[in-house]
Each structure stands twice: as structure tokens, then as C-alpha cells.
Design a protein around this ligand. Structure first.
Ligand code: FE2
Ligand code: FE2
Ligand code: FE2
Length: 408
């Protein structure tokens, strides 16, 4: 299986962009602004593309709605460096994207401070360009109402530009500010960011570049990066996705699945909850029962995971396996209410691994459970006919190893 890097980044950015529930499409706008300013500076095609990707993934360290809000409420927030560090750490662990780690690390550092850091000149400008586009988007945000760009931007943008220009030499490199002023003097600069156009605009840029194909090892690494982002959403879900993926892979192997098929199961495990990025953490962390509205938020996450993954892995079953992880054999799961026969073996396996890991891990409404407590709950679910008894048998046979994968 080969995966296209460009498509992977844009689709996963869609998931990331949902974290800012009221700052929707932030990553895409930062990406497009950075690429347009890079064009204005006559940077070569490859470097423009690099800016586009850097913009899309610059906030991969942000999965909490509350942090997203704080970073995007004021131009400078003293807690901002935490998400830069987190994002840089996630990226440096992901070989195909590790070269973005430094750009992300420095993307909230003032230009006047960057000048004293021992950094390559190219990197200094690139990371400061992400900072500029990112802060311009904060000022630009009031011109969006829901899914549309307000026409007022066409006579009010000089105010946004003037605010940024006033920070030339302190927050931002003077040459970047000048290029921003030239590029943004064209109405097209702002109109390109209309919510209904921006995806096409980004696609347009991507088409100009050379497609990059990821092999399986790289695809697993990128899936792992986004799993880290999802898991960082709540202390209760820390490492949940990576652990579910390991348990699912182990059970798949014990059930006789081999080769690339195992890698696909692992990817589906890593990304099964990627749709949770749009669930506010207040809901995930809530210690009591959920309200009807809160439950509706949670109940869409597996559908959203499937939707995102179908774009990343077209023609592959990975998206379905992830989308079906809250179905059950009685047809009373969500969101498809699939009957047993329509739930593939891999999806049943991920569902069991998911329940097993979640029960083993502490949750806001209860402590963590012992191995025997977990298994008695799993056996009950199996007796009710909700989960696949074959998978439960496998789990019993592999219990010590699986429990270690779940909690150690
Ligand atoms: Fe940002
Ligand atoms: Fe889930
Ligand atoms: Fe899960």
C-alpha cells in the first residue's frame, strides 16, 4: 500500500482544524497565507510548498479546545510555547515530517529574540513566516461568520495589515512584513480564504508540486503522530490510541492475520478516534453522565473518523474498520447500527481492543480496573451478544500480554 503524503496531510489537517470549534480552518488559512507570502518573496516552488505544509501542521500540538482558544485570543499568550514544544516533539518522532519540527518549535518566538538564537537563516525566516500568518489569522478571524467570509474584509483589511506592520522588527522580520503588505494589497489574497474556496486553493498549490508517496513504515509514523495529537486531548485518554493499536495488532496476529494486513489494522487502531478532535475536552473529561447534546457530540466521532480516513486511504478498508468501532453485533451500536454480518472481523477486533483498553485505563468517572474486573466486564458484554466471542476468546488467551499493552 502506498499513500500520498500531500493528501494525507491535507485530510488530517481537516481533523486538526476542527479543534478550534469557533476558529474553524485556522491551519488551512495559515498555510495558504504563508504560501502566498512566500510566492511574493519569490521563494522557489519547493520552499513555498514547505510553507504550505508547515502552515497546515503547525498546530499539531494543540488538541484541546481551551488551549486553541487561548492561543488565538490574543497576539501573544505566555503559555503558547507549550504547544510549540509538544508539536515539535510529535514531529521529531515522525521521520517523514521530522524536518518540520524546528519550524513548529519556534513559531511563537519574536523575531527580535530569534536573531539571538543559533539558527540557520532560512529556518529563522520560515518559522517567523508561520508566526506572522498565524497572528494575521487571529486578527482576520472576526471577518468569518460560520462558513462565510464577510465582505467587509475588502475595506477593512488595511487595519489588519497595519497591526501586523506595527510589529515589524519586534515580532516579525521586516522583509516578511513588507512581502505581506504587498501580497495582501490584492483583494484576491483575502478572497482566497473564503471557507468555501480554501480547500480548492490549497489543492491547486498541491497540484503544482511533485507527489510524494509514503511507504508503510512512513504511513504508520504519520498515523502515530496524529494518534499522539488525539490522545493529548485529555489526561484520561493519554496513549489510548497508541495502546489500542498495539493491542489490535497483537490480537490480529494471534488470529492469523499476517504482513501488510497487520500494518493496516494498526493504522486503523491509531486513528480510530481521530474524529474526537472535534469533541470539546470538557465532554471527554466530564465526570458525570452526559447530557443529550454532549452525547450527540460524542456519537458522531466514529463517523467523522471514517470520513477523514476515507480521504487518506482511498480504496482501502482502513476507514471502515475505524468508522465501525462503536457498532455492536446486536445492531444497537452507532452510527450505522450495522448488523453482525456487516461488521468486518478487523472492526470487531478494534472494538474489543478499544473497550479493553478503555476499561483498563482510569476514566473521569471511575478509577482503573484490575485485569479480572476488566475481563468480567468483557465477558458480560460477550454474553449479551454485543461483542464477538471469538475475539474475547483470543483476548483471554493473550490476556497478560494485552493487559501489559493496555496499561504498562
Ligand atoms: Fe496557530
Ligand atoms: Fe471511539
Ligand atoms: Fe477509542
Amino acid at each position: 500500500m502506498k499513500i500520498n503524503l500531500q493528501r494525507t496531510i491535507t485530510s488530517l489537517t481537516n481533523a486538526l482544524d476542527f479543534v478550534g470549534t469557533d476558529e474553524f480552518q485556522h491551519g488551512k488559512r495559515v498555510a495558504l497565507m504563508a504560501a502566498m507570502i512566500a510566492s511574493e518573496m519569490d521563494w522557489p516552488q519547493l520552499r513555498r510548498e514547505k510553507m504550505l505544509y508547515a502552515g497546515m501542521i503547525h498546530d499539531c500540538g494543540v488538541s484541546r479546545t481551551i488551549e486553541h482558544r487561548a492561543i488565538n485570543e490574543t497576539l501573544e499568550w505566555e503559555g503558547a510555547q507549550k504547544h510549540c514544544q509538544r508539536g515539535a516533539d510529535f514531529l521529531s518522532d515522525c521521520p517523514p515530517l521530522a524536518h518540520f519540527s524546528e519550524i513548529v518549535y519556534w513559531h511563537h518566538t519574536r523575531w527580535e529574540a530569534l536573531l539571538y538564537e543559533d539558527l540557520a537563516d532560512d529556518l529563522r525566516l520560515e518559522t517567523n513566516l508561520v508566526f506572522l500568518a498565524d497572528r494575521a489569522d487571529v486578527l482576520f478571524a472576526p471577518y468569518f461568520i460560520g462558513a462565510s467570509l464577510k465582505n467587509e474584509i475588502l475595506w477593512e483589511y488595511p487595519e489588519v495589515v497595519a497591526r501586523i506592520a506595527g510589529l515589524s522588527g519586534s515580532l516579525f522580520a521586516p522583509e516578511l512584513v513588507e512581502a505581506f503588505q504587498r501580497a495582501s494589497a490584492r483583494e484576491s489574497f483575502w478572497l482566497a480564504m473564503d471557507p468555501s474556496y480554501i480547500e480548492d486553493q490549497i489543492e491547486d498549490y498541491l497540484c503544482r508540486g511533485q507527489p510524494v508517496e509514503l511507504d508503510m513504515a512512513d504511513a504508520l509514523a504519520v498515523a502515530g503522530l496524529f494518534a499522539h495529537t488525539v490522545d493529548a486531548k485529555s489526561t484520561y485518554t493519554l496513549e489510548h490510541s497508541t495502546r489500542v493499536a498495539r493491542i489490535a495488532r497483537h490480537l490480529a496476529e494471534a488470529s492469523g492475520i499476517r504482513g501488510e494486513h497487520l500494518d493496516k489494522v494498526e493504522i486503523a487502531g491509531l486513528l480510530h478516534d481521530i474524529g474526537k478532535l472535534r469533541v470539546p475536552e470538557e465532554i471527554i473529561d466530564k465526570p458525570g453522565p452526559l447530557t443529550r447534546e454532549e452525547r450527540a457530540f460524542v456519537m458522531r466521532h466514529s463517523y467523522d473518523s471514517g470520513h477523514i480516513l476515507r480521504k487518506v486511504f482511498p480504496g482501502q478498508p482502513i476507514a471502515d474498520w475505524a468508522a465501525l468501532h462503536h457498532e455492536n453485533l446486536l445492531g444497537t451500536g452507532y452510527p450505522y447500527h450495522c448488523q453482525a454480518l456487516n461488521i468486518p472481523r478487523e472492526a470487531r477486533l478494534i472494538a474489543v481492543a478499544d473497550i479493553f483498553q478503555a476499561l483498563s485505563q482510569e476514566r473521569p468517572y471511575r478509577g482503573h480496573m484490575s485485569k479480572s474486573e476488566v475481563m468480567s466486564r468483557i465477558d458480560d458484554l460477550s454474553a449479551l451478544g454485543r461483542i464477538d466471542p471469538e475475539m474475547v476468546k483470543l483476548l483471554h488467551a493473550q490476556l497478560d500480554h494485552c493487559y501489559a499493552l493496555a496499561v504498562d
